[in-house]
Design a protein around this ligand. Structure first.
Ligand code: OOG
Ligand code: MG
Length: 262
């Protein structure tokens, strides 16, 4: 750790306030270029504790920057992880309220729900599939607190990997016999196809994203508990939305999700 505990706390407050006031801020590595990876996750943890102190519940886990489409779009090279909150949940068919967000984008993901705990390091796709209860479609609404959605990896980790809202639903499906690599995803905005992907866009196989997450958490003394809901990262690029838009994502054999932007 390169940053003092009071700086970690101050940076968590800075990002938390930006989110609550819906205000873009400069990325934190501009002020603290010396910060390291542990500092970045420590700021994210302090941010989570601020949420929890306000009574916000933790609803799940997210991996991000797990596809080439996303890494290329954001100009970064490694996956990251963050948390999902209960207040961030939007029901399928619900509304994304732009008045509560800065510059939202939507991205299509595949989510896993575990029936058994997964711990790393040493976790692999086979262990993930054996521990999975079911997979479901999910859409993440990301909303970086940084100016113009531009950041580096340490800044985005501290900012809870741009997490803002999330939607799930469709058909909860067992992974047995499901070809997750070749599962097609079509992202539509206002009735027009904006992007398409297959499950393999996410690290070659979406279960690889869960394995990576278990390994990253394992190295920090954590694990993914039984029942955990995990979003594996955008398979499509993230698409900016504004009030008046409608978004539908169709998943091969898993149904679809839709939402209105207001
Ligand atoms: C970082 C979050 C990335 C994903 O699914 O790749 C992410 C960002 O692009 O703002 O959630
Ligand atoms: Mg995402």
């Amino acid at each position: 750790m390169a940053l003092a505990p009071e700086i970690i706390a101050e940076l968590a407050r800075y990002l938390d306030t930006a989110e609550m006031e819906r205000r873009e801020v400069t990325k934190i590595t501009d002020q603290h270029p010396e910060m390291d990876w542990d500092d970045a996750y420590a700021i994210q943890t302090a941010l989570r504790q601020r949420h929890q102190a306000r009574g916000i519940g933790m609803a799940g886990y997210k991996a991000g920057l797990t596809s080439h489409a996303k890494m290329k779009q954001m100009g970064v090279s490694d996956p990251v992880f963050g948390f999902l909150t209960d207040v961030g949940m939007i029901p399928d068919g619900g509304e994304i309220d732009t008045a509560t967000l800065i510059h939202p984008k939507v991205e299509a993901e595949i989510a896993f729900v575990l029936k058994r705990e997964l711990s790393g390091p040493g976790c692999h796709i086979g262990a993930v599939l054996a521990a999975t209860d079911f997979v479901v479609p999910a859409v993440e609404v990301i909303d970086s607190r940084y100016k113009d959605f531009r950041f580096d990896l340490k800044s985005v980790i501290a900012d809870n990997t741009s997490a803002a809202r999330w939607i799930t639903g469709g058909v909860a499906t067992s992974v047995t016999g499901l070809d997750l690599r070749n599962l097609g995803i079509v992202l539509e905005k206002n009735g027009e196809v904006i992007d398409t992907a297959s499950g393999a866009a996410v690290l070659g196989h979406p279960a690889q994203s869960v394995a990576m997450l278990a390994n990253m958490l394992g190295r920090r003394g954590g694990s993914l508990p039984a029942g955990a809901f995990i979003m594996t990262g955008g398979a499509t690029a993230a698409v900016a939305v504004e009030a008046g838009d409608t978004v539908t994502v169709r998943y091969q054999s898993l149904g679809s999700l839709s939402m209105r932007v207001v």
